[in-house]
Design a protein around this ligand. Structure first.
Ligand code: ADP
Ligand code: MG
Length: 670
């Protein structure tokens, strides 16, 4: 990832939350030291008085922690940054049942139990309501699930369809055809989240508790534009990804077979690749980070070592029965603390829609003001009036004619006259009908334009608008909690100072050895401490070996499954594709690592390429190193309100390059 001068470098923040004890019969082995932000774990039934293991984090929360405090202390700063135009990611990692979903979603019907996702809704719309009037916002969301290395759209029409993960040099990694919805207030967002959660459950009829084995990613994109006095518009875009990961526990090998085995291996794959990515990033020596090895890590590429402010929640159980998983989670989370991200505000992003919508609104307003349709209507009216005059003249002429032919039979004359006036009447009626029809068409077209204008205007939120509605209570809770936090921080600082003073005095006293006897006691104490450290290190070593063994087993499992898949592919290729075709395919295609696709090595022999001689072509292709693959230029987003169908999009919203509809490749022959 290229680093620009303005990039801010900061580490992934890691927070641990201990869930309440479920069962009174099990032993509690976890202690939370809030002051020093430590988690202390006592090994159950440990022999030779092994010391407790201590792990330090950016913040720790015990079983009594309130959802709102957790939000204000940890997630709120990230969401504030997203509102400034940075990317932000909040992940929940941990064993099934330890409170990942409770932390991320919670119970949305009870204000005190709402999790990070619904609290962020109230926060975001509270911010917009307080913004200045020259600031405009566009908020859109998407919700997907990764299950068995397949991406599903939790808000889409076909939730069981597997979607492709793609990459483009200008906007990065994205999911093709993922639906996106523009939202107007916190209630809209709430409903969308609930819909997605319901769809997560729908998919799970296949296998038990799919949600514990799938990763869910809820994304909120916030675009904002400010216009200064000179009329200059600046657009910023922040993307918030809220991720509820699959349970981190190792799958029970003995229970897994058939679909379950395939599933278990693939879930292991995603989480073990995540582990490998974290290790590679922390190690500092690796030049290659294996992001591409799983869908999850591809989609989280920016969040780990990229352009995003990342917060990771590690959730653990306090009971002795979960000791192994708890230690494993704490070690995993501990490693993530050392990941460094390089973040910046996303100014004038290529995939921003706000500016585009605003331009479209201006164009629609212009069309309506110019009254194109009114002019058309006048034209139609004019034509009909003229025709009416002509027919009057004709009638008069007929009268004269009639007088000159008096002698002709009266009966015949009357008949002819009747026929003629009938025909004229019919013609006139037809014209009036046509006129009315044209009027109707013009009217509906104008109505359509007005509706479109209104729907576009509705999408854009203006600073200061009252958007809180039912979320008002939540925002009040947040505000109160922020004030309390400030007060607590102040008190904490004072206490810290007193503590430091006492500590300094204590050290001073200890240093004043008055006799040899005291020195001896002091040294014995030190020796005991060193012994404890030694024991601690030994147990740490044993843990590491155990952890490595677990990882090794996981990797072997993955290798076995991948080998089976490879063997199957080779079998199909060798039996169904003739050798000469295999050679041809080998010769004319190559794997494009950058975008993860097989591509042809040829140059499109059309247009200018046909006119150039070969030398020129070679020269050109060298310069044109950065080709553009236009086959998937389009946004993964179908932009529309929840109730509106996705297709309601104007032609102008697509880049010009799309019109041919034919994917063009500017490709270098190699
Ligand atoms: P996970 O998503 O990690 O599998 P859940 O969030 O579904 O776990 O939690 C399992 C159960 O424990 C749920 O009923 C949840 O309400 C409860 N729970 C988890 N953490 C907490 C907590 N901190 N406070 C209260 N209840 C919790
Ligand atoms: Mg869950």
């Amino acid at each position: 990832m290229p680093e620009s001068k303005e990039d801010e470098i900061e580490n992934v923040r890691v927070v641990v939350r201990v869930r309440p004890q479920e069962n009174n019969n099990v032993k509690n082995i976890v202690t939370v030291d809030k002051n020093n932000k430590l988690i202390i774990v006592q090994k159950p039934n440990s022999t030779n008085n092994e010391p407790a293991k201590t792990y330090g984090f950016d913040n720790v929360f015990d079983q009594d922690s309130a959802q709102i405090d957790l939000y204000v202390n940890t997630a709120r700063p990230i969401v504030d940054k997203v509102l400034e135009g940075y990317n932000g990611t909040i992940l929940a990692y941990g064993q099934t049942g330890t409170g990942k979903t409770y932390t991320m979603v919670g119970d949305s019907d009870c204000p005190e139990s709402r999790g990070i996702i619904p609290n962020s809704f109230a926060h975001i719309f509270g911010h917009i309501a307080k913004a200045k009037e020259n600031e405009k916002f566009l908020v859109r969301v998407s919700y997907m699930e990764i299950y068995n290395e397949e991406v599903r759209d939790l808000l889409g029409k076909e939730i069981n369809k597997s979607l492709e993960v793609k990459e483009r040099s200008d906007i990065g990694v994205f999911v093709k055809d993922l639906s996106g919805y523009v939202v107007h207030n916190a209630d809209d967002l709430d409903n969308i989240m609930k819909l997605g959660n319901k769809n997560r459950a729908v998919g799970s009829t296949l296998v038990n508790s799919v949600s514990s084995r799938s990763h869910a990613i809820f994304s909120i994109t916030i675009e904002s534009s400010t216009t200064d006095e000179t009329g200059n518009q600046q657009v910023k875009m922040g993307k918030l990804q809220l991720v509820d990961l699959a349970g981190s526990e190792r799958q029970q090998k003995t229970q897994a077979s058939g679909i379950r085995l395939k599933e278990a291996t693939k879930i292991n794959l995603s989480l073990s690749v995540l582990g490998n990515v974290i290790s590679a990033l922390v190690d500092g020596k690796s030049s290659h980070i294996p992001y591409r090895n799983s869908k999850l890590t591809r989609l989280l590429q920016d969040s780990l070592g990229g352009n995003a402010k990342t917060l990771m929640f590690a959730t653990i159980s306090p009971s002795d029965t979960n000791y192994v998983e708890t230690i494993s989670t704490l070690r995993y989370a501990g490693r993530a603390k050392s990941i460094q991200n390089h973040t910046h505000i996303n100014s004038d992003p290529k995939d921003a829609l706000l500016k585009h919508f605003q331009q479209e609104i201006e164009e629609l307003k212009r069309q309506l003001e110019e009254g194109i349709f009114d002019a058309n209507l006048n034209e139609v009216d004019g034509e009909i009036e003229e025709e009416d005059e002509n027919s009057d003249i004709e009638i008069e002429e007929n009268e004269k004619e009639k007088n000159t032919k008096k002698r002709k039979s009266k009966a015949k004359k009357d008949e002819m006259q009747k026929e003629k006036s009938d025909a004229e009447k019919e013609l006139l009626e037809k014209k009036v009908q046509e006129h009315e029809h044209a009027l109707k068409i013009a009217q509906t077209e104008q109505d359509m334009l007005r509706n479109k204008l209104q729907s576009l205007e509705n999408k854009i939120l203006i600073g200061g608008e009252n958007l809180l509605e039912k979320a008002y209570q939540q925002e009040q809770l947040l505000e109160k909690s922020v004030a309390e936090l400030e007060e607590t921080n102040k008190k904490e600082q004072e206490l810290q100072q007193t503590l430091q003073k006492i500590e300094a005095e204590r050290i001073d006293i200890e240093e004043r050895y008055s006799s040899l006897q005291e020195e001896c006691t002091g040294k014995t104490k030190k020796l005991q401490k060193v012994m404890q450290m030694l024991m601690g290190l030994k147990s740490e070593l044993a843990d590491q070996q155990q952890e490595q063994q677990r990882e090794k087993e996981g990797i072997y499992e993955n290798i076995r499954s991948l080998s089976r898949e490879l063997a199957l592919c080779e079998l199909v290729i060798n039996n169904y594709i003739p050798k000469e075709y295999q050679t041809l395919i080998d010769k004319f295609t190559y794997w494009n690592e950058e975008i993860g696709e097989w591509q042809l090595k040829c140059v499109a022999y059309t247009g200018n390429n046909m006119r150039k001689n070969i030398n020129e072509q070679q020269k050109h292709s060298k310069e044109d190193k950065d080709y553009i693959d236009l086959s998937h230029v389009y946004l993964s987003y179908n932009i529309d309100g929840l109730t509106e169908p996705i297709a309601a999009r104007t032609k102008t919203s697509r880049p010009k390059t799309s019109h041919s509809g034919v994917p063009r490749y500017y490709q270098r022959a190699n």
